[in-house]
Ligand binder design. Sequence first.
Ligand SMILES: Nc1nc2c(ncn2[C@@H]2O[C@H](COP(=O)(O)OP(=O)(O)OP(=O)(O)O)[C@@H](O)[C@H]2O)c(=O)[nH]1
Ligand SMILES: [Mg+2]
Length: 417
Amino acid sequence: MRELQITDKAKVIAVLTTRDDYAKEELERLVETAGGEVVDVLFFTRKPDPSTYLGKGKLEKLKALVDAYEAELVVFDTELTPSQQRNLQDFLDVRVIDRSELILDIFAIHAATREAKLQVELAQLQYELPRLVGAGKVLSRLGGGIGTRGPGETKLETDRRRILRRISQLKKELKEVEIERQIQRKNRIENRVPVVAIAGYTNSGKSTLLKSLSDADVFAANQLFATVSPKSAKVKLLSGREAVFIDTVGFIERLPHQLVESFKSTLEEIVYSDLVIVLGDLSDIRRLKRQLKTVEQVLAEIGADEIPRLLVLNKVDLLDPADIGIVLREFPTAVLISAKRGIGITSLLKHVERALEEKENLYELSIPWDRWGVFASYRDHVTVISEQYEENLIKVKFICSQELYSKLLSLKLEGER
Ligand SMILES: Nc1nc2c(ncn2[C@@H]2O[C@H](COP(=O)(O)OP(=O)(O)OP(=O)(O)O)[C@@H](O)[C@H]2O)c(=O)[nH]1
Ligand SMILES: [Mg+2]
């Protein structure tokens, strides 16, 4: 992985493109999580200038702030084009990064497993690649007439080729890791262990919930994107039946698309789950709707919008009692919990079990005697409702998940008829 953009305790000037407390606080928290500190904020809500993003007056003002604070870094709460970024750096004489780069940095700091490290590096390179091309264009223009190729260009070409090679290498390595995930997934389906994915905005308490449901050693922290390498744990539901709960990477508004792409295999765990717990954060109900909307968008983006959902609102211990009425009115079906204090967990498990049962359906098969043994070997994983013995076959009615039923069909239990 490449080195981080933010050094420890770096003084950062933040540039915000909306007058929005929420966006301001979130950017400040992102910078803090990356190890820096926002010392001042500059607002710029006009139409961006193509070459420097900021207008002339604002640019001067930013320069004055950078000098006054001796700031080491400027962070923009939006995407910058490669040339805007470079022009700003030239003028300000400090590093300038955009929102995507900041988030990529945080992911890099928190990547603990081999898979996560590969995924982050891939996202970083995919972010860098177009910027390299952009730099090439400018350099060749500076190089003078048509057709001149300065030494800069040649170096860029080699850099570009090196990055492309590394990208395909990373993709190959990630494929290998992915196979392990597929095997795990297959085992779960065969053993008919339902999977419950916990999805939600970053810092909503996903890891804390997994921890409180199991004894798993899960890292939870008051940081954005604390979890980059999600864990899973087997949890006994109230009936004694087991389910696997999976913690996931947190979502955020405008999640860099390079990350969504690189973390595809991790996010796919949600796509293959039987139930998605959408975990909301009640500590600030003004933000709740907006965060839930973002979660909705990311779920759609990764193709998980068809999976049954359960809305769970966490941190009920922080909810102002005066606001309980509002929450219940706005989210009548939500389960209110506190993962940290263990409030509402039994009710949550009850809802999970019910939601999982709804996913199971009643099926019927007519199985010849000589194939019966195959069906019988799955008996622990289905609930047989009735068996009707006929001359050369058994008619069986049973309840099981759709996945298992597809599997049984693929075994051609009914044989030739
Ligand atoms: N007061 C209160 N705090 C909670 C509760 N649940 C979680 N927290 C706190 O919220 C913060 C974030 O918790 P995490 O479990 O790390 O959140 P996450 O959703 O896994 O976050 P990322 O991995 O960063 O996406 C931690 O400081 C937790 O202690 C709760 O029920 N009540
Ligand atoms: Mg987490």
